[in-house]
Design a binder for this molecule. Sequence first.
Ligand SMILES: NC(=O)c1ccc[n+]([C@@H]2O[C@H](COP(=O)([O-])OP(=O)(O)OC[C@H]3O[C@@H](n4cnc5c(N)ncnc54)[C@H](OP(=O)(O)O)[C@@H]3O)[C@@H](O)[C@H]2O)c1
Length: 627
Amino acid sequence: MAASRKRPAQAEAEIDASPGRYIARVSLATGHEIRGPIDPDELLVHAHRDRHPVEVAAQYVANQVVGLTGREAVVRRGLRAVNSLGRWIASGVSAASGSAAAGQRAKSLIGVVDRSFAFRFREPTHLGERQVRERVARLQREAARRLKERGRSPALRVLLTGATGFVGKEILSQAAGDRRIVEIVAVVRSETLRDPKTREVVKVLAPAERGALLLKRLGIKGSRARKFRFVAGDIEASGLGIAAAEQERLRRTLTHVVHCAASVSFDDPYETSFRANVVGCLNALRFSLSVQEAPGSAFVQHVAIETSYIHGRKKRFVAQESALVFPRHFYNNFYELTKAMASIETDRFLVERGLRVAQLLPSIVIGDAATGNNRGDTKVVNAPINAFGRAKEAVERASGDVLGMPKARAIAAVACVFPGDPTAEMNLVPVDRVAAGILAALTVPESIGVRIHLATDNRIRSEDMLRIIREELGVRVRLADPTLYRNLTMPLVKAVLERVGEPKLGAALERLSTIFGSYGEWGQPVHEVGNDVRLLGLALRRPDTRHAFRMLCRHNRFVQRYGQVRDADAVARREEVWAAALSDIEYATGRQVAAIPAGEFRELVAEAIDLKTFEPRGPRSKRGARP
Ligand SMILES: NC(=O)c1ccc[n+]([C@@H]2O[C@H](COP(=O)([O-])OP(=O)(O)OC[C@H]3O[C@@H](n4cnc5c(N)ncnc54)[C@H](OP(=O)(O)O)[C@@H]3O)[C@@H](O)[C@H]2O)c1
């Protein structure tokens, strides 16, 4: 069954969705703002490349050199030098002919990229640095005093948005065992389930029903379940769409708001992303301020969940935790852009309106570090992994079919090519570390007024990911030069697939490479980390990304069957069996499962679990289970 949504009725006109509210176009010659509208599309990477054959060729050569030497900085300088040379030739043409127009024509002929302006984020406040520091220090002191007044068992009451999502479920799971928290009020909208084929409505699940199912699937029962309450709401509506009487009650009791809901879709149009991520964020901030300012309020602080990719494509510098600068190389998609806008709104509420708020910025979140369990998430990195796995299975299914086999093989060959540079680095962080960071922030007043990256310091390269995919999935994925792939290979592949009667596959491959390909290119930002350990007290040793990625592959292969096991109850049951089996294997072998080589691991799993039924083989006590 597929879920669908209706837009909430609300006065949207009150929020200006134009990028100019956050971003200014500034002349590089004068340093002054150039007034006029900004098209959201101008702020994305794709609007600024592939505009001229010479530029495409230069980028292709640059990719090859980075691949061979790994020296991104040198290649960047080289690209700039080539551009300057073009500009010099064009000005020569202009001088020789005595015509500026001839110079311009020469520029466009040789593909010179000439920018007369840049984008800058608007300052969130007119206050000076010292005044901001003093305000933040005062807000931190206020929160510390309020926490101290609550004593050693602070009995926290937390409103959470996004509880039904990937990160939200992990927050619920960890909160169930967190003795500091006595109540979690989750804001949930109803869910319309439709038949995937006919699109007919099969059932509408009310928020309370969704909540009950969620707790059951998370294995939260008895007295532990009593700390959770699910109230109807919608982040796109004012007051988060919570009924007035409930809002009144919450204003008297809440100590925290954790705003985690968002639209994490890399191909949503600007308006959709803006509504969910900026309007939703504003509604949450306004709601928290009303709780903070309510007479007799128990409010301590708001925790905003953002993303470390609000720094966009930043090729030259480390993305510092403290600073938000408009990325010189733009944003990959409207998700990143609108999350950055939401972060600026959050800064404004902090500084101008005195809301006690911390900003937590996870990088790319993947399943649990030890097991890969992700409670049915199929987004982001999961999507290409599952696509590769399914392509391989299609070939296996066709074996013995003389006519079908060559076609299946040909399709798998094109499906298992991914646009990316071998040296591109991804910042992956397991969901258990992210939720631990979010919950830790509740009792850390020093987190107020600070951006904290929940990211890793051991990023993974594309070439390592491909090696692990080969070992774990048995799929040989080839990297294709991203520039060539976009401009030549993909259009060709799409045309061929249309000719052999597979237009849907062609469209799906194109979508996959457009959405995720941009994260596989060299020149990804390096996210500074430190506040996660220094302020939140998380373990200094951040999860080993290679191990976590290996467990993601194993999980998606065996538990999720490459995204084909979709029923939430089935996912919950399988993940429980999986976690128990892995724990037993570790106990029996004395080794971390992620460190066990692929072949040996597969044998051990097949001994522990009947992979057809996904039932454990015999009682755990007989398998030498961890006592
Ligand atoms: N996943 C990542 O890799 C990643 C990385 C960095 C940062 N983050 C951030 O972490 C947070 C959680 O991400 P996630 O991966 O858990 O996302 P997710 O799995 O897509 O879940 C999104 C959650 O937001 C809720 N939501 C969306 N629109 C809503 C609305 N109008 N009213 C009420 N609820 C609404 C969804 O509710 P329904 O179930 O009703 O749809 C769901 O609970 C987001 O702020 C995201 O930006 C995620």
